[in-house]
Design a protein around this ligand. Structure first.
Ligand code: UDP
Length: 467
């Protein structure tokens, strides 16, 4: 019999702001544009961060937010625990709480679907215990999603490490990708992380549908390939879901007010991207050599782990103390430094910004596209190298600096690539392309836009399911 009460959707994010932010945006779109009641379930990303609290405070009242309590016990984590393992431990430890929560929700409203992050893939089993369909919300590109499915084939047919592949991989509808640009998790086939990746991707086929935070006009070929792929559940590109810039006073924005239009390079490696001391030094000296204005979100360096600050900077030190001696004084008036965190969406939307040195996290990528800012693609981990290939070779809104044999991007390379972006014809071309893309992105989310239509289609499926 049909249940007369309006259905509710539960969204289950994984820890990490790069996941929580797009999930929160999906929740906002569902309640505002599709009038669907939503409970957004998160895990503690970083207990000391005020950022995620601000994120939830800005959500519409109709979104219920619940943060599951568990953090993995500290003694189960050590300095070498890989990010995927840390995240999985947190999520799995929370399944008993997730069950209680879903039980409580279902007693007050029919639960029409559970939408999960890829890191929460085993929650497919929880959804099936409750007899509700599970959907994936993939917070990365259609290229990365195609890649994940393609890797299952490669895993079965190619022996050896992918970085030794003699030819780039050609997936239907996608830009060719060299083995060295594959997702970082799959670069060592004997690792625990590799097996985790394969296991998780195999389970994607069990989802009832896959929402992707990308849009058709950004990745037409890759989106089409997903829709036509054998056995892949229906794919809905619903992006770009990015935050609106909140109204906030911030010193770095006031500094930007005083700079000429389009003159500042914004430098930020996401919520967790971390450089070594040597790389931090090269970056500082390269920016100085470029002679361009810059706004740099500086993080404390980490020698071994490029995700060293993903769960917050525990060093207790001021990141600015790691900058080369005399550097801040020498660049006074030209450079502005923000320790650890800046209001990125507002920064990217500021008229003084002319370029973005980015680690190419997918949210940062989309934010840059939405604001029409060309990039310098400097990937560090996860699927960021794929994003860099997409931006540089396919969409053509980014330059990509060369990494030297020592693994460092050297200061003269940094200076040269910054100058190419900020001065001269090449930069102009990229800026024009970025501006065009920002209009295309806005159209996808406008009335009758492809992403609005795709989200309406899934929303309708959920609304119709009132058993
Ligand atoms: N972010 C921000 N200020 C910062 C660093 C990051 O607001 O100083 C936000 C950024 O706008 C984006 C998210 O944090 O929405 C980072 O997500 P992304 O996917 O780019 O990278 P990740 O943090 O997952 O590596």
């Amino acid at each position: 019999m049909e249940d007369p009460r309006p259905p509710r959707i539960a969204l289950l994010s994984s820890p990490g702001l790069g996941h929580i932010i797009p999930f929160a945006e999906l929740a906002r779109h569902l309640v505002r544009s599709h009038r669907i009641a939503v409970t957004l379930i998160t895990h503690p990303a970083d207990p000391s961060a005020t950022v995620d609290r601000a994120l939830f405070n800005n959500l519409p009242d109709e979104v219920d937010t619940v943060c599951l309590p568990e953090f993995p016990p500290e003694d189960s984590l050590n300095g070498t625990t890989k990010l995927e393992t840390r995240v999985s431990l947190t999520i799995n430890a929370n399944f008993p709480h997730l069950r209680s929560l879903l039980r409580a929700i279902s007693s007050s409203a029919p639960l029409a679907a559970l939408v999960i992050d890829v890191f929460c893939i085993d929650a497919l089993d929880v959804a099936s215990e409750f007899g509700i369909p599970a959907y994936l919300f993939v917070t990365c590109s259609c290229l990365a999603l195609n890649f994940s499915f393609h890797l299952l084939k490669l895993d079965a047919t190619f022996q050896g490490e992918y970085r030794d592949l003699p030819e780039p991989v050609r997936m239907p509808g996608c830009v060719p990708v060299q083995g060295t640009d594959f997702i970082e998790t799959v670069q060592d086939r004997r690792s625990e992380a590799y097996n985790w990746f394969i296991r998780v991707t195999k389970r994607f086929y069990e989802a009832k549908g896959i929402l992707v935070n990308s849009f058709e006009d950004l990745e037409p070929g890759a989106a089409k390939a997903l829709k036509e792929a054998d056995g892949v559940p229906p794919v809905y590109p619903v992006g770009p879901l990015v935050r609106a810039a909140p109204d906030e006073e911030n010193e770095c924005l006031r500094w930007l007010d005083r700079q000429p239009r389009g003159s500042v390079v914004y430098v930020c490696f996401g919520s967790g991207g971390t450089l070594t001391r040597a790389q931090t030094r090269e970056l500082a000296l390269g920016l100085e050599m470029s002679g361009q204005r810059f706004l740099w979100v500086v993080k404390s360096p980490h020698e071994r782990d490029v995700t060293g600050t993903y769960f917050g900077d525990k060093s207790g030190k001021n990141p600015l103390d790691y900058l080369p001696e005399g550097f801040q004084e020498r660049t006074k008036g030209v450079g502005f430094f923000v320790p650890s965190w800046a209001p990125q969406v507002a920064v990217l939307g500021h008229a003084s910004i002319g370029g973005f040195i980015s680690h190419c996290g997918w949210n940062s990528t989309l934010e840059s596209i939405v604001k029409g800012v060309p990039l310098i693609a400097w990937p560090l981990f996860a699927e960021q190298r794929l994003n860099a290939v997409l931006l540089n070779e396919d969409v053509e809104v980014a330059l990509r600096p060369k990494v030297s044999e020592s693994g460092l991007v050297q200061r003269d390379e940094i200076a040269s690539v910054v100058k190419r972006l900020m001065e001269g014809g090449e930069g102009k071309r990229l800026r024009k392309r970025a501006e065009e893309l920002s209009h295309v992105a806005a159209r996808s989310l406008g009335q009758e836009g492809s992403s609005v239509r795709a989200l309406s289609e899934v929303a309708r499926e959920w609304m119709d399911r009132r058993t």
